[in-house]
Write a protein that binds this ligand. Structure first.
Ligand code: THU
Length: 134
């Protein structure tokens, strides 16, 4: 049986426990679903050199790519504890576009409500591999 959006969002919320965010105090969790049902999870991992921080979404994505996945990404859920929806940052939108321009993104807020929207709406006219073609 395939995973529901609610279940994927809940996996993203579970990752808040693993978040390492001593500087911002802003924990983020993510869960990336593949077509075959595999899920790669991630959390934000901050650093004393603040700019070296990696976001939850990119953690999930690089875990997947480093395990040999390059396509078949279907949905990504991202969750935070704040009142507003935890919108993916620009760098994460760009990194996701590289591998999954057709991705659906589930964006959750602290009360666990979430919005589903296409990555193409979060990153219109994205720059990707096709752009580099001569
Ligand atoms: N953060 C994410 O994990 N994902 C995003 O898309 C936005 C920001 C993290 C980075 C940093 O650890 C904290 O949220 C505050 O910016």
């Amino acid at each position: 049986m395939s995973m529901t959006d609610r279940e994927l969002v809940d996996l993203a919320f579970a990752m808040l426990e693993r978040s390492y965010a001593p500087y911002s105090g802003f924990s983020v969790g993510a869960a990336l679903l593949c077509a075959d049902g595999a899920v790669f999870t991630g959390c934000n991992v901050e650093n004393a050199a603040y700019g070296s921080t990696i976001c939850a979404e990119r953690t999930a994505l690089v875990k997947a790519v480093s395990e040999g996945r390059r396509d078949g990404f279907v949905k990504l859920a991202v969750a935070g504890r704040s009142a507003d929806y935890c919108w993916p940052c620009g760098a994460c939108r760009q990194m996701l576009w590289e591998f999954a321009p057709g991705l659906t993104v589930l964006v959750a807020r602290g009360d666990r409500d979430f919005i589903s929207l296409p990555l193409s709406e979060l990153l219109p006219h994205g720059f990707g591999p096709k752009t580099l073609e001569p």
